[in-house]
Design a protein around this ligand. Structure first.
Ligand code: KG4
Ligand code: ZN
Length: 360
């Protein structure tokens, strides 16, 4: 089935066309189109996302992306349209929903809602984009002959960490549709901590990639991981909850108490502390629940240090490690199509209205 997905929950306007097959036993996806219009430059002067500006940009970008899509793609071949209904910023969600409703009516196609966090979770199942998929031929691209070979067969039980700007969630998955939340953050999400610490260091929004860049400067020296011992919040507690606001405050105090500081060292030390907590808690959960695989997704999963440490520790404990391609870590619509497909197969539906606090 061909799915057209629309994502506008935060500051990326995204439209994607994904071909899905295989059912709940072995879902396989082929990403035919994956368009993202980033609003980073719009929000940068404000140091974070301004909801009304984001809404204005979505209104402007959605028709532009759709026009780009229809240039060499016949929308009549679409079987299902889906749109993110939450979690996210309410005015932004509504913009996507209204646009999707209108499009579904025009094309006479069914429309379903999708959960952004399920999107991040199921981004682990998306295959790599091939060059031809970035700019497909004029006619519809032929059915993927190698859809099967692109499939990642993720082995259950799995432990999945979803780390984004708004969420930090650890799950135990028994199957694609059966999971239990082991824990989540009690205060700041991991991405939020990156963004707030970046602001303290005078770096641009979004802070994650900026901190990573600065930390790399430190990594070229001898003290790769940083020399400052920032706290590892809740690391030694026997639960799977997280808390990152104390770590952010420690950086604030460090800056307050030291006249001369090395920002690259702070960035590296902060990143090391945060990565340490995420990796150790995930691996502990994987061992406790006898997981065969660990999955890592969400915007923060774009962080190379986090991915590397996940890979090293997963190998140490003989666990399979899956993380999506970099372009599927941060917000995109291909992952929304994947989430909608799984939901559709379960014959479950989300209400077609903005649900800012929807969760997993
Ligand atoms: O998933 P996402 O695009 O949006 C939400 O659903 O929140 O995640 C955005 C978050 C931001 O906080 C951003 O700073 C963080 O992901 N992020 C990173 C990196 N790239 C994006 N954090 C650390 N390292 C990165 N390379
Ligand atoms: Zn997201």
């Amino acid at each position: 089935m061909k799915i057209l997905a629309i994502e506008t929950s935060c500051d990326e306007t995204a439209i994607s066309i994904v071909e899905a097959e295989g059912g709940l036993r072995q879902p396989r996806f082929k990403v035919l189109k994956n368009l993202v219009a980033s609003q980073i430059e719009t929000h940068r002067p404000y140091g974070g996302v301004v909801p009304n500006l984001a809404k204005r940009e979505h209104l402007k970008n959605l028709p532009i992306l759709l026009a780009k899509l229809t240039k060499n793609y016949r929308l009549e071949t679409i079987n299902l349209i889906c749109v993110t209904v939450g979690p996210g910023l309410e005015p932004c969600l509504w913009t996507g929903i209204e646009f999707a409703k209108k499009l579904a009516k025009e094309l006479k196609k069914p429309l379903v809602g999708a959960n952004h966090m399920e999107g991040h979770l199921f981004s682990n199942w998306l295959p790599p984009i091939r060059k031809s998929q970035i700019s497909p031929p004029k006619a519809d691209p032929p059915r993927a002959e190698n859809l099967k070979s692109q499939n990642l067969s993720i082995i259950f039980p799995a432990v999945a960490l979803v780390v984004s700007g708004g969420h930090t969630i650890l799950l135990k998955m028994d199957s694609l549709i059966k999971w239990k939340k082991l824990g989540e953050t009690r205060d700041d999400a991991a991405g939020e901590a990156f963004d707030k610490v970046a602001r303290l260091l005078g770096l641009l929004y979004p802070g994650g990639p900026e901190i990573e860049k600065l930390a790399l400067r430190q990594a070229r020296g001898k003290q790769k991981k940083g020399t400052i011992e920032f706290p590892r919040p809740m690391l030694n507690q026997k639960n799977y909850e997280f808390s990152f606001s104390g770590l952010k405050t420690s950086v604030l105090y460090y800056l307050r108490d030291n006249a001369k500081v090395n920002k690259a060292d702070i960035a590296a030390s902060f990143q090391t502390a945060l990565v340490d907590v995420l990796v150790k808690k995930t691996m502990r959960a994987a061992r406790e629940f006898g997981a065969k695989s660990v999955l890592l997704s969400g915007g923060v999963a774009a962080n190379k240090s986090l991915r590397e440490n996940f890979a090293i520790q997963a190998a140490r404990y003989k666990l399979q490690f899956h993380a999506p391609l970099f372009e599927y870590n941060t917000d995109n619509a291909a992952m929304i199509a994947a989430a909608a497909y799984i939901k559709h197969l379960q014959k479950k539906r989300y209400k077609l209205s903005a649900q800012a606090n929807l969760n997993l």
